[in-house]
Design a protein around this ligand. Structure first.
Ligand code: 5GP
Length: 145
């Protein structure tokens, strides 16, 4: 039970399926507690999502060890985005509940190389798969050092 919207975690949500290896994605980074991959409908070029390997719908559900792990992965991704896109400004965003606009009910942090004044629309335009693969490879290479 989720304390905010009383919704049960759905084992078949799209990010759960990614964690189970059931659908493809463009991986940027993975460790034992987190996974980072390219957002398929980016709000700016280089938009990455970081998820915990915990069945958490939103912030209220996140266990401390996974909260820490997600932020450590987010730091790695942000530093790589700064290097690859040669910009300082990276938006960190996270939506809790459908009223806030959350559309996938597995907790995730958005990392978007953009400005709040230039941010594209949320989850509207699908990116080219080839470009996403290329960006993921560049970010992954920087993180791997
Ligand atoms: P939310 O609205 O829950 O904060 O964000 C969900 C995000 O997941 C959106 O930015 C959307 O573009 C992204 N997304 C939705 N479906 C998929 C998918 O199948 N693959 C990937 N990589 N991202 C997705």
């Amino acid at each position: 039970m989720n304390q905010n919207n009383h919704v049960q975690y759905d084992d078949n949500n799209i990010f759960a399926k990614m964690l189970k290896g059931e659908i493809p994605y463009h991986k940027v980074f993975e460790d034992d507690k987190t996974l980072a991959f390219m957002d398929i409908m980016p709000q700016a070029k280089g938009h990455v999502l970081v998820i915990p390997k915990q069945k958490a719908i939103e912030l209220a559900d996140l266990e401390p060890e996974y909260a820490a792990a997600v932020l450590m992965t987010a730091k790695k991704v942000m530093q790589a985005q700064r290097q690859v896109f040669e910009r300082e400004g990276i938006i960190q965003m996270q939506l809790n509940g459908s009223q806030a606009g959350q559309t996938v009910f597995h907790y995730h942090v958005h990392l978007i190389p953009s400005s709040i004044h230039e941010l594209g629309r949320h989850a509207v335009t699908q990116a080219d798969q080839g470009e996403l693969a290329d960006l993921a490879q560049q970010l992954a290479a920087v993180i791997a050092g």
